[in-house]
Write a protein that binds this ligand. Structure first.
Ligand code: 9D3
Length: 240
């Protein structure tokens, strides 16, 4: 997969792209990420990318011309990439959306800053608009890294063991069970006996029970409400 990022803070991505899973995916040629400085696509000597809003009010608005220029140049003339604007007005990113994006050959991620982006950018060069949740960030850079990391995990070969991607909590619909490692006692708290019993059927049953209990307590929304939640809840209790 090839990902192009357009931002006024390209330096923010450097460490991220070198580190850990993403760095290895890039080194292995499974993922290619290019980060572009929006200011390189301005045509004034001040390289300015914002202006005052028509209609007044506070804050600045990112101007359309550098975005149109950048998105079109970066998109090239091959098969059209899927172009995503990261924005608080977007649809919320979730596991289903991540899996869908992982099927794309190419993504272009537009990271906004300031109060807003000129509406013509959305109209002319954006295919979808995504948010990572209902809280205020300073721009689209952290959301873009979130998209890159979440999507990369679904590219075949990026995560060493494919089971670990398939088994991850949002597919099963349950949160993970608790984990323990040495030492056996930490400040008086013992590892549960069952985990040291060697009885793998009992261990599996305990883990399922703990996962279901943790989900009921911390994320009841994963069990209730929509049809899929109900299906997962009944599957999980059938296993007990
Ligand atoms: C006053 C209206 N605000 C919109 C809800 C202004 C505003 C807040 C934050 C304008 C831009 C931003 C910058 N945030 C993002 O660009 C952003 C974001 C976020 O803030 N939260 C969750 N997901 C995302 S994706 C991009």
């Amino acid at each position: 997969m090839r990902v192009d990022v357009i931002t006024i803070f390209p330096a923010v991505f450097r460490e991220f792209l070198g580190a850990s899973l993403i760095g290895r995916a890039i080194a292995a040629g499974l993922l290619e990420v290019q980060v572009h400085d929006l200011r390189d696509y301005t045509d004034d000597p001040h390289r300015s990318v914002d202006d005052e809003p028509y209609g007044g009010g506070g804050g600045m608005v990112m101007t359309a011309p550098p975005w149109l220029h950048a998105v079109r140049l970066v998109s090239g003339d091959g098969p059209p990439p899927h172009r995503i604007l990261l924005s608080p007005q977007g649809e919320r990113l979730d596991d289903a959306r991540v899996r869908g994006l992982a099927g794309e050959e190419r993504l272009v991620l537009l990271c906004g800053r300031y109060e807003a982006i000129d509406e013509r950018v959305r109209m002319l060069v954006v295919d979808s608009e995504l948010s990572i949740g209902d809280y205020v960030l300073s721009g689209g850079e952290v959301p873009a890294m979130t998209v890159i990391e979440a999507v990369s995990r679904h590219i075949p070969g990026v995560v060493g063991r494919p089971e670990s991607v398939e088994n991850e909590s949002f597919r099963s619909g349950l949160l993970d069970h608790p984990h323990y490692t040495r030492p056996r006692t930490v400040e008086g708290i013992e590892v549960p006996d069952v985990l040291r019993s060697g009885d793998h059927a009992s261990i599996d049953a305990w883990r399922r029970e703990q996962a279901l209990e943790a989900t009921r307590r911390k994320r009841p929304d994963l069990l209730a409400g929509d049809a899929r939640g109900q299906e997962v809840a009944s599957k999980a209790s059938n296993r007990r």
